[in-house]
Design a protein around this ligand. Sequence first.
Ligand SMILES: C=C(O[C@@H]1C=C(C(=O)O)C=C[C@H]1O)C(=O)O
Length: 409
Amino acid sequence: MTAGQKLTLTTRELHTDDFKLLSHLPETPLAFIRGGDGIVGWGEAVRLESNLSAGRVADLAAQWRTLVAAAEVTDEVQLPGTGLVAFGTFAFSDLSKAASTLIVPQVILGSRDGRVWLTTVSGAAAPDFWTHSAEYKANASINFETGEISAEKFKELVSSAVEKINSGTLAKVVLARDVIAKLPEKFDVRSVLQKLAHQYPTCWVYSVDGMFGASPELLVRVSHAQVSARVLAGTAGRGTDPGVDQAIAVALAASSKNTAEHAFAVDSLVKSLAPFCTHVDADPTPFSLALPNVWHLASDVHGVLREDASVLDVAAALHPTAAVAGTPTDVAQNLIAKLEGSDRGRYAGPVGWIGADGDGEWAIGLRGAQITDKTIRAFAGCGIVAESEPEAELAETDLKFRPIREALA
Ligand SMILES: C=C(O[C@@H]1C=C(C(=O)O)C=C[C@H]1O)C(=O)O
């Protein structure tokens, strides 16, 4: 089915007690969940793809409008995530071979603030995965091996990037490396998503078209003209001793390297958001966000939408942020392509959902992995600035691989 066709669907409320969305995942789920609330999709009613490289997000935003205009929706719940919804995952780079996709499931199960709903596309014959809690099969432990960029090569890339930065061509570039493993037979992502959600309750747990993970970073959320984003940049490992751990957080917040790196990311986000908003507020100083594997410097940004833009229109303007590309954006993107020399796929690209009214939530596709035919490939990266040291940056990528390694072990 394409954007031009007509979709009829219905959302109705389910009256159930003590409902846990994560216990009702269908096999091969579409999912976007945070703190137990969110949406889970089954099957595919429509798949929209973009053949464009540079304009792929805007192209899919336009295809979405066409699909929405023709659809007939009965929605008795009227909450974010009810009615017509598509899940999406986008390639990081204009040069990527990875498909950028929006998928409308045949069935969506959602939960928010104690309310539970079911959306069904008319004619969909769906299994009743929502009627009982499923038992998920544990997978064989996955051990990753070196991908296209080895640890040694990554350190060389960091040194090259620092040289470029010192020569004055750019201020920051985010470099990443990958690890790869064979996909075990009958791999079931559901137990992995459950583990991620349990371990990382403040992160956005996503699963779209084989791309899954638990991202701590919100590219953009639009809800009734309120725009929000969570910018992360600046990272340190957690301490095992509580006193040491606190000292690490304090040192992170005081470190000029990390605060400078963070400021680049907030400034670029605020600048890209400004044309869409009547005003934009960013936290004056970042706060320290504690995740089980790392501390991050974090800033929440809020704005009010000026025009009738959808969350994807805004995402198109924000991506790639300085948190995942660098500053200035175009110079950083070129340097990433030149130094990494491999395709990041959907890593660090937008991943999330959009509703018929254009509202939705998109995380940055971090702390995750992509499943393809027989492999599973994960990426982790970090912002390189003038003071960066190769060994420390390599160690930081190891910390960022931890969520996905541990969830798959
Ligand atoms: C690039 C990644 O993370 C990004 C880079 C960060 C940093 O350099 O401090 C912090 C959070 C993210 O914005 C990643 O997780 O792969």
